[in-house]
Ligand binder design. Structure first.
Ligand SMILES: C[S@@+](CC[C@H](N)C(=O)[O-])C[C@H]1O[C@@H](n2cnc3c(N)ncnc32)[C@H](O)[C@@H]1O
Length: 405
């Protein structure tokens, strides 16, 4: 007889395997970030979670609201690693983290900044802040300071930091972050750049002329920040399991849009090919920011609706769509070969010919230059519009942004 029990999992081996997985994705740029992942014991920060789940290369939700939506999690290890590489922490840095959750990222930051640096982490919910404190102490990171409060206010003691990292979806660069980030310092923040929820983790450098500039944006999705800086989303329901997320500033005609899906689909293939390894991740942001006469939205399609064949937006650009009046068009793809897809457009609504033509022209414009990275410049909210760089203009309560290509 032989035992059918699975062999016991060893945290050390699981850590090595997770690091190897992140390495295989090409995420690590520095030995420091890779080494931090090799030593921080995830299982101590995820008590009650089985080892296999704690070390799986995906997000672990640790707290939900009454309606089931996730409010806190240990973020996906790969995006955590990407953001730590964006942050460029050096030993000795003073670091502020917003959104402690389990404390895992604060422990990684502590590894990167030791022996002479410091980490302060702010969490909105008391139970989570207590949990982070307990976990950090249990893993031997007593030097990390956990504060319970609204991270939009930063560190209420008013210190300044070489690095700030925000780990919840932010709508604004708050006045406190402007004040508390040292000139020459860097803030990494998952910033919602459009009301549809389109978010990029930006690495913004605080320049000595009082701006913040990012030339490095990473695709990500985060639970939204709650508290004083919270923002709502506007959704237009197109079918039981399909919504179009829009920006209210675009003044969408929701009454005209909601029956659009009832019009038959018009599918158009563009001949534009995109290789899987091509840096085309920001095509959706480009569609959201270029002058085109079309508004941008994101189509969210539940698996049940996909299975029924109601809509099949390209996963790579998570439902990127454009609309005007009561007609919308979304990006789709079809396989050319193992490494390449062709872009297509599916249009629904009363104005199919016009909107699919405009969407096709837009994609051909994108295909000419295929810009890989946006340049995002942030200005204090007191800056006059005439003083801004050319580019798409985005206004937030404490910040003005321009997005250029
Ligand atoms: C995705 S989790 C953070 C992930 C985490 N840093 C890690 O180590 O994996 C986002 C956290 O931000 C917290 N949060 C949301 N709004 C906040 C706010 N205004 N101030 C501080 N924390 C906030 C949530 O409660 C949640 O714990």
């Amino acid at each position: 007889m032989h035992s059918t029990d699975a062999p016991a999992l060893d945290p050390q081996q699981l850590r090595a395997a997770l690091s190897a997985k992140i390495e295989s994705l090409g995420t690590f740029r520095t030995a420091a970030v890779r080494d931090a992942f090799r030593v921080v014991p995830r299982e101590v920060f995820l008590p009650g979670v089985d080892l296999a789940t704690a070390y799986a290369p995906k997000q672990v939700v640790t707290k939900r609201a009454a309606d089931g939506t996730a409010v806190s999690s240990a973020s996906s290890p790969n995006i955590v690693a990407k953001m730590l590489e964006q942050l460029d922490v050096r030993p000795g840095h003073r670091i502020l983290e917003i959104g402690s959750a389990t404390g895992i990222n604060a422990a990684l930051l502590s590894e990167l900044t030791e022996p002479s640096g410091s980490v302060v982490t702010v969490e909105l919910d008391e139970d989570l802040a207590d949990g982070a404190r307990t976990n950090l102490a249990a893993a031997g990171y007593n030097q990390v300071q956990v504060i319970c409060g609204d991270g939009a206010l930063g560190d209420p003691s008013g210190g300044t930091f070489d690095r700030i990292i925000v780990t919840a979806g932010a709508w604004d660069i708050s006045a406190a972050w402007w004040q508390q980030l040292a000139v020459g310092g860097r803030i990494v923040v998952p910033l919602r750049l459009h009301g549809s929820g389109l978010t990029r983790s930006l690495a913004l450098d605080h320049t000595d002329n009082g701006l913040m500039i990012s030339t490095n944006a990473v695709v990500c999705g985060f639970v939204p920040m709650r508290g004083a800086s919270e923002m709502g989303e506007r959704h237009v329901r197109l079918a039981e399991d399909i919504i179009l997320k829009v920006d209210v500033d675009d003044l969408p005609d929701e009454g005209a849009l909601s029956p659009a899906l009832a019009y038959p689909a018009h599918r158009q293939w563009t001949g534009i090919e995109v290789r899987h390894n091509e840096p085309a991740a920001h095509l959706d942001l480009w569609l959201a920011t270029v002058e085109s006469g079309l508004s941008f939205g994101k189509l969210a399609v539940a698996a049940s609706a996909r299975d029924l064949g109601l809509a099949d937006p390209a996963l790579r650009w998570s439902g990127a769509a454009v609309y005007n009046g009561g007609t919308f068009a979304y990006l789709t793809v079809r396989r050319v070969d193992d490494d390449t897809d062709e872009l297509g457009i599916v249009t629904h609504g009363p104005d199919i010919n016009k909107i699919s033509g405009q969407a096709g022209d837009l994609l051909r414009r994108w295909a000419q230059d295929r810009p890989a990275q946006p340049v995002v410049t942030a200005y204090p909210s007191t800056t006059r519009v005439g003083q801004l760089q050319p580019g798409t203009y985005v206004a937030r309560p404490d910040t003005r942004l321009t997005i250029g290509w």
